[in-house]
Design a protein around this ligand. Sequence first.
Ligand SMILES: NC(=O)c1ccc[n+]([C@@H]2O[C@H](COP(=O)([O-])OP(=O)(O)OC[C@H]3O[C@@H](n4cnc5c(N)ncnc54)[C@H](O)[C@@H]3O)[C@@H](O)[C@H]2O)c1
Length: 322
Amino acid sequence: MSRLQPLRPARLRHGQHFTRPRIRHLAVHRGISTPQLHQLCHQRHHLIPTGIEILICLFDHDHLSLKRLPVPRPPTRTQLIQEAVRRLSQQHPQCPVFSVARSPLKDPEDYLVGQSVVFSAEALLRGRGDILHGRRACVIGFGKIGSSVARLLHAKYLQVTVYDTDAVRMTQALAQGFRTASSSTDALAGAGVVICATGNLALRADDFARLANGAYVASVTSADDELELAGLDVLYDRSPAGDHIARYATTGHYFYVLNDGNAVNFLHGASVGVFIYLIQAEILAATAALAAGHPEPGLHQCDDDTRKFIAATWLQVFNGAP
Ligand SMILES: NC(=O)c1ccc[n+]([C@@H]2O[C@H](COP(=O)([O-])OP(=O)(O)OC[C@H]3O[C@@H](n4cnc5c(N)ncnc54)[C@H](O)[C@@H]3O)[C@@H](O)[C@H]2O)c1
């Protein structure tokens, strides 16, 4: 085992890679011969970027098998925010803090974001002469955005499979008529379009190998937060395949990633029209409450009456407005 030390993560310097042919070989064969091990052990500078799973070699009778050793990943931005909010609510902040994150006035925006995601994904596909119809869809994350995405895809007559790590969300998806999958692997099987709406690394490096040939992958948030694309360059050749579409290909497998894995709807302005004013008005109402100095230290939300007043005012101005 001492000769394997150069492969261990502690010895790896960030950003260096195994050679592409070597990774391909390891990934495809999942086992290497003794002469190859000797060769590998002498390649002290073939390292793996953070986030990908490292393969370590173990003796198994007369050949060597490979075992996966996960490298700790830095938290995503969404995870950092969730952790900060969790701490904030537990620690009882020393000053008043207003949250509008879960306001019902944000629901219209979230719903319309989901619709804009499908619009943009479809526009990109059509831009290269392809269409959504006839493809099976997979939506990962059935939260506010993902559920809206799933509904629009369903309305376009696509067969939609949903996967969410939260069992409650899965029951909601089932009740709304979606097929659910018990794992992301099952969800991806046969899907021709995959939309990731978790903000929490829906697709990790290994998952890409499970994509159907020719599948399109889109995200609703920053690529870093949703797709572990960093390690793919060592396994796949990446080439442009239309406006804002990248084709990843290796022997016998290829798929497409939209907008470099970033929120696809940002390509078309992510517009939600005048509905954005609802939550902006609630932010102003919260700011006014803070400025008036009324609230005690701690986490606050605007009350129902304030929200109803904002909604009623919005309706007076915008209902029926072009
Ligand atoms: N593109 C845009 O215009 C836009 C607008 C608003 C929000 N967003 C982003 O969209 C993302 C989703 O937002 P939301 O409001 O729907 O969040 P949400 O919390 O309502 O939903 C996320 C869902 O994903 C599930 N989930 C988390 N990790 C998962 C995993 N690894 N695999 C499967 N399911 C998982 C959660 O259980 C949850 O049901 C966030 O990152 C948010 O920042 C994008």
